[in-house]
Design a protein around this ligand. Sequence first.
Ligand code: ADP
Ligand code: MG
Length: 321
Amino acid sequence: MPGEFDLIRRFFMDATADRPDVVLGIGDDCALLQVPGDRLLAISSDTLVSGHHFTADVDPQALGYKALAVNLSDMAAMGAEPAWASLCITLPQADERWLKDFMCGFSELAACFDVQLVGGDTTRGPLSVSIAIQGFTDRQGGLRRDAARVGDRIYVSGTLGDAGLALRVRQGRYVPKGEMCTLDERLDRPQPRVALGRRLGKFSRCAIDISDGLGSDLMHICEQSGVGAMLNLDQLPLSLQVGRYVADTGDWSLPLSAGDDYELAFTLPAELQAEFEREAGSWDVPVTCVGTIEPGEGVRARLPDGRIIEEVTRGYEHFRT
Ligand code: ADP
Ligand code: MG
């Protein structure tokens, strides 16, 4: 079996492009990084553990991609510009083919966002992947969870529930009626909304990425901002497939709480809504107004027939129509 440093040299050292702000990258005791003086450093990390976040037979390329994608999504949700990453990986054995494929997925996405891998750790044990990512926000501090205000409009990017539906179909828990385009890409290769997050700063001070589902992620905004939220379910942006699923089953839990979509939910003052929508009309990711920030607490939702769900985050049976 190749030694640890041999693996580091072959698979990690030149895995990503060189950034000019990396004074010293992989190979020493620490990386040395040039932080821009006029911005704030944004730091985040995420761990994926075998048996919990993925199965041991996971496609390594998809895992490498997704592990970095979920970290980039945190940068997006902060309105931050990603720059550097470190990778702590625990492997049952030094499977070179596996590592090559894993790094292929990782490096592809790193190249898209100009992220350089600057360090990490490599150990033996049950498979797990932990990535830390660093980037920059403006001096105002980007898009925070505690910055929603009563009267703000709530927006989401893209469509909701696609990853959850792909998982249900893959697990055989739902068989679509008739022809249906696969949503596997939405589950395996989420597109971190980094460009969107950075554009939002002009209109919004508050965002979160939708990793657990719109209901519970919006709940974090409500708790930290000391407000409540009302969602209009007939305004939720749904793909054709999820729209059909909801029509078939009456089950709103998929777009509200299935998670793994890595879209952004964000708020902005009502008086900026018209200008925002004019500008956002030309962006490559659609954004949709889905509700309003209200006084009080908790996330409520109005069903298309006008009935109100009082606590969106309180379990699936509440969403059946
Ligand atoms: P130390 O013994 O000081 O922890 P290591 O031998 O673990 O150093 O690592 C040597 C160098 O390789 C360090 O610069 C470390 O950041 C880097 N490195 C180790 N594992 C990884 C990895 N999985 N991805 C990126 N860099 C790594
Ligand atoms: Mg080490």
